[in-house]
Design a protein around this ligand. Structure first.
Ligand code: NAP
Length: 542
């Protein structure tokens, strides 16, 4: 029988990004009352936090969007192949307006704890302002790359100018024209940020450790003809994403490099060098599994990178060698002029790995073992605590009273990234051990699974969805087994966030399901069709 106490909401979601918007749509359609909280002053998630210059999607616009409404797909017009943060945010506001989602959203509200209540089977959610709310279903839409990693560098509080993490770019904007800027870190964020900042800053200095395989994005405007072609074929595009290993509207190559004559390989690489991650997935199907194929692809990228950097010493620092690590063991950035930015007189690269490690931050800049660098602004583009970070940032306590942070000390164990044992009625959108893929595709597939699960509970009168320990062990072993067979398992050697290897004093681990997003979406569907064998449905005693 149902609990006597009624919660404030059927479902509470934290995070008003793509996950929050998708959850509002699907749960509302299922007849539930839904409240979404977000600590930000706007919706948008990643796209409201990451307002740094040059921030844009690395997925192509027309499939980096929500697909639940054909009308939305037809009405919205993208201006380019890769939209910047502002355009993506405008799109999300358009969705929220059009679907009347705002009444469900409460902004400027930080959640500081979430506790499962054994007697009622509800979750008690507490805000930073001390308000409490209860719900039957508690859903994290907090994002898998949202909790920043702040490096431990001596003297960070001493610096007199603005110093902040790239994902905490001042919301009101920051005037960096004619200013001296220091950027610590050189991952995907810096690759986007540097070329834009270098255009107007007095100078920009990048403090760099590990080189990346950097591929060109090849931005281009949306033309009326291209837009028409997209809109005429949206059903197919959505289906391509759903059936692709990376959740993108890419074709599969249908051939392996291992079976291709050597003279054809370079030709195929060259013909497909058209920007985005397409190149990795549309040339050969074995680039991420066959070490030799991966080396040949890496070498092709290396040669392309070298053509674009004038100074050979700078090139040596920026460009990895095929012996360093496999392509995709670290997530490769997409480039909009990053490499060429180093050909400018006002851009400097500092090797903090081998030549001059950072010693401290001073009142006026950065001191390395060799030099003092003076800055007006310092940006920490030092990455994120991926997949688990947001879920561990405040206590989320389950049935035993243990928090997710405590539970995940050694292994970030989960069931398909959507739920975890000891946390009844807690659902996660793209939690740990889900794939790394085009996020809106994965988000929608996760929200559909969660909604289907809730619909079953509501229609059959269940109070609790209890994730099974055995299912968690099975999924965790399966994910680890697949991970072991891929080249991504070498990410721990190069601080890859994909293994949590970028976090100090943290044991690297399997965080991602690499068996293909499409196989994962199939598995979610099988779970729904099979009546959710990974969880037990229970009724509370009256
Ligand atoms: P990241 O790829 O993890 O890069 C962090 C950088 O900071 C690395 O160069 C790292 O060096 C350096 N670093 C970390 N700790 C440091 C320390 N204590 N001292 C000095 N350097 C340090 O982070 P990110 O660039 O923010 O990108 C993270 C992910 O976010 C991307 O891979 C991507 O998935 C996502 N992202 C997406 C987009 C997009 O799709 N449009 C844009 C930006 C980011 P090491 O490499 O040596 O550790």
């Amino acid at each position: 029988m149902m609990t006597s106490q009624q919660p404030d909401y059927d479902a509470i979601v934290i995070g008003a990004g793509f996950a929050g918007l998708a959850a509002i749509h699907h749960l509302r359609e299922a007849g539930l009352s839904v409240k979404v909280f977000d600590r930000a002053a706007d919706i948008g998630g990643t796209w409201t936090w990451n307002r740094y210059p040059g921030a844009m999607t690395d997925s192509e616009s027309y499939y980096y969007c929500l697909t639940f409404s054909k009308e939305l797909l037809q009405e919205w017009s993208w201006s380019k192949r890769f939209p910047d943060w502002k355009e993506t945010l405008d799109y999300m506001r358009f969705v929220a307006d059009k679907c009347d989602m705002w009444p469900h959203i409460q902004l400027n509200t930080e959640i500081v704890s979430a506790d499962y209540q054994k007697d009622s089977g509800h979750w008690l959610i507490t805000t930073g302002g001390g308000e409490t709310y209860t719900c039957k279903y508690f859903i994290s839409g907090m994002g898998m790359i949202s909790e920043p990693v702040i490096p431990k560098i001596e003297g960070m509080d001493r610096f007199k100018g603005p110093l902040f993490h790239s994902s905490r770019w001042p919301q009101e904007g920051l005037d960096y024209a004619d200013k001296r800027v220091g950027i610590i870190g050189a991952g995907a964020t810096t690759v986007q940020m540097l070329p834009v900042m270098a255009q107007t800053a007095a100078n920009v200095t990048v403090f760099h450790r590990t080189p990346n395989f950097i591929m060109p994005a090849m931005q281009k405007p949306m033309t009326p003809e291209w837009e028409k072609e997209i809109k005429d074929n949206y059903d197919e595009i959505v289906s391509m994403c759903r059936n692709h290993v990376f959740g993108m509207a890419f074709n599969t190559a249908g051939r392996n490099l291992a079976d291709t004559p050597p003279e054809k390989i370079q030709q195929i690489f060259e013909e497909n060098w058209n920007g985005s991650f397409r190149w990795v997935f549309e040339t050969f199907d074995d680039l991420l599994s066959n070490p030799e194929a991966n080396k040949m692809a890496s070498q092709f990228i290396i040669d392309k990178m070298r053509e674009r950097v004038d100074d050979p010493e700078v090139a040596d620092l920026l460009i990895p060698s095929t012996d360093d690590y496999p392509l995709f063991a670290k997530r490769p950035p997409l480039d909009h002029g990053y490499l060429e930015a180093y050909n400018r007189d006002n851009v400097h690269l500092v090797d903090i790995k081998d030549r001059e490690p950072i010693v401290e931050i001073t009142e006026t800049g950065v001191r390395t073992t060799e030099n003092d660098y003076e800055f007006d602004i310092i940006v920490l583009a030092t990455g994120f605590r991926a997949y688990t970070g947001a879920l561990e940032a405040f206590p989320i306590r389950g049935e035993s009273g243990e928090s997710l942070r405590e539970k995940w000390k050694k292994t970030s164990a989960c069931i398909m990234g959507v739920c975890t044992a000891d946390f009844p009625n807690l659902f996660m959108v793209t939690g740990p051990q889900a794939p790394f893929a085009n996020l809106p595709t994965s988000i929608e597939q996760n929200v559909i699974w969660i909604t289907d699960c809730i619909k079953k509970m509501e229609s059959e009168g269940y109070d609790l969805c209890v994730p099974r320990q055995a299912a968690e062990e099975e999924w965790t072993a399966h994910v680890a087994d697949i991970h072991e067979q891929t080249l991504m398992n070498q990410g721990d050697t190069v601080h890859s966030w994909m293994m949590g290897a970028n976090i100090e004093n943290h044991k690297p681990r399997v965080l991602i399901y690499f068996g293909g997003a499409n196989a994962y979406y199939d598995r979610l569907r099988e779970s729904v069709d099979g009546g959710f064998p990974e969880v037990a449905f229970e009724r509370l005693a009256s």
